[in-house]
Design a protein around this ligand. Sequence first.
Ligand code: GTP
Ligand code: MG
Length: 453
Amino acid sequence: MKLFEDTIVGIATAQSKGAISIIRVSGDQAVQIVNQVFKGRDLTKVKSHTIHYGHIVDNKTKQTIDEVLVSVFLAPKSYTTENVVEINCHGGLFVTNQVFELLLTIGARAAEAGEFTKRAFLAGRIDLTKAEAVMDVITAENKNALKIATSALNGKISNFVLNKRQELLDIIATISVNIDYPEYDDVVELTNKDILPKVKKLRSELNTTLQNAKSAKLLKNGINTVIVGRPNVGKSSLLNAIINENKAIVTDVPGTTRDIVEATIQLENVTLNLIDTAGIRDTKDVVEQIGVKKSKEVLDTADIILFVLDGSMTYQKEDEEIFNLIKNKCHLVIVNKSDLEQKLVLQQEEAIIISTKDQTSIQKLESHIVKKLCLNNISNKDITYMSNARQIEKLHSAIVSLDEALDVIKSGYQIDFVDIYLRKAWLYLGEIVGQTSTDSLLDELFSKFCLGK
Ligand SMILES: Nc1nc2c(ncn2[C@@H]2O[C@H](COP(=O)(O)OP(=O)(O)OP(=O)(O)O)[C@@H](O)[C@H]2O)c(=O)[nH]1
Ligand SMILES: [Mg+2]
């Protein structure tokens, strides 16, 4: 089936100098168009999945533009499912653009960002989660991000969503039969009591995947670990001790750190993005004030906060004020300077006692971070990780709809009402894989792709 009339062309490799550039052409006329300017074998007669040596020649000027290798993939076994020709030319920007522009003059149209993958999606070769995974593979910056992206590309998310969608559909179908054919003897009469455990089970499975999505985000982007406390408690010393390097300036002058200092370390295969901040206090110093403001702002980006106290001093008003800022966020309370005489008395909170001068206590702190964020072997587990904000939002909406369904079931309303919310959840799950998606969503989504992908 032919979905598109036009044949598109895009430069698939990065727009910079390199050994090779790939120009990709896709559409009904891909082979004929390239064949017009290719001097070598007659491409309209070659087999699919073959590579051919030749030259690209401008027929008007008779000038040879480049020496190339051309790969031919005939429909439907290609990236887009259409006829695809890929021209491997020399990787100079000028030569690549010359070949690209030549193809535009003989019938191809410049592809929009992501248009090749969009065609693969619209033709049904890949679903939306796989299309998004293509971009995630390209943008992956570490082992975990790549692992999550390839697992999505291999269909892990689609399989999960499609299975859950099917289970939901089975429940919806049974309800519909009950509503439409109550008089049939062979239709088992369904009550709210019968569907309650099924919906509950489904909700819990979706919720587990939603929770795992949080881990996936941490795996992908690293854990923003913000070190806060009042001046001079040893925050910068702590950052230095964790990374084992004198990166942040340490002095006994309160208010030493004025700006955010960042460093990264690997912990249990996960990246910790450590962020040292200016000590928070009321100050008249204009520069320090800006630093304090930044410290408070950066708290919003924290996945975990290390709240540092000085064990050699009593609990101060400023400590209390900072604690109020962080108490409802994920945090660890750290009492530093354990090598000095201890004057600090903490009442409710459990604290980790350390000295930045003692590496074993720093290792102890690291194991607390691992425990707090459940990082043990997190990346080795075979879990469905949804790491994409769009997918997570839809999953969340599906769960909300199931919650509404559960409320209706528990309130003892007629089974018809339950059906409404189950259908809503079914539609949301469909949006994750792209079975129920709008044109505007697709346009926006694929526009984020690279050209030529
Ligand atoms: N005895 C002792 N001194 C420490 C320890 N950790 C830090 N210090 C000292 O405490 C002082 C302040 O340390 P910093 O790391 O600069 O403190 P900070 O919290 O970053 O201070 P600001 O940047 O001003 O907010 C320095 O003189 C450090 O040497 C510790 O475990 N034991
Ligand atoms: Mg400091």
